[in-house]
Ligand binder design. Sequence first.
Ligand code: NAI
Length: 330
Amino acid sequence: MYKVTLIPGDGIGPEVSEAMMKVIHAVGINIQWEKVEAGESVIEKYNTPIPDYVIDSIKKNKIAIKGPITTPVGKGFKSVNVTLRQSLDLYVNLRPIKSFKGIKSRYENIDLVIVRENTEDLYAGIEHKIGDYAAESIKIITKPACERIVDFAFKYAQDNNRKKVTGVHKANIMKLSDGLFLDTFRDISNKYNIKSDDLIVDAAAMNLVLYPENYDVMVMPNLYGDILSDLCSGLVGGLGIIPGANIGKDCAIFEAVHGSAPLIAGKNIANPTALIQSAVMMLRYLEEYEYANKIENALEKVFLKGEKLTVDLGGNSSTTEFTNEIIKYL
Ligand code: NAI
């Protein structure tokens, strides 16, 4: 039996979390959920969007899965997602981008992995206004953070039989900060017997659209990872299907790449695949490969049949109908 912290989140979070739990229960693995709440709705009660009991629960169980949490734009509290990643030192954001047969997309057979640094860069949140006419955000890049994320990417490539690691940066302009990332990337690449190259982030954006097959594992600082993850999800059918894992030395939080999608929240039309796939990543992290494979196979069958797809994938099924279809194939 595993005890897992569950943060349902807000927007479409509770709906996709419910679907994910139904699938997990149907596959038969014994997981006990410790449900905790974070985000705007708890501020009144706890005076913070992340009460201590949430962090304590994750530290105790060492494993969590979360739905998306809304972050106010241009004002309000600091992102709960970023705070969780920083306070638990979840330095890796791992996002596998893989095509499913049956999902309509401009590309086929995409199989690449984004490894995003998760604790610093412009997400350090060091900003200040200079009077009313300017504002500064400070971009922090440190050698230890570069070393551990690049090393993770190469180790991941080695352990998963991947062919190449590409370092993404903007060291032509940010010669010191991204320069440090690039130097570290090149140093660490020499320790591994894996093909590697590096690429400026704007060129990476174009090349990923033109020749996605040229890329395999891609490692990069936080902001580029955020942007290129969404770009890559567009290569395989959209945000509704891409999972993710925030991994640290002591614990891990699994979550979809997508956000809280407020416009479709509460309508029972969100695609729960991304969170279900995040649960599959969690099961593999727990070395429960058989259960993980069963869920992945069921998803493959549902997409191949193509009869019960959600609206984002061109279908007209509800979240519930799609989830029941997965369960039928388990
Ligand atoms: P979003 O990912 O919520 O939505 C972007 C587009 O994708 C929308 O058209 C939405 O309807 C669609 N979409 C996303 N997930 C979907 C799903 N599962 N099924 C079907 N369609 C889906 O990004 P947006 O609108 O930029 O952000 C909304 C809020 O979410 C913001 O407050 C943002 O800060 C937050 N956010 C939270 C994240 C997290 O909790 N890890 C990650 C990204 C954003």
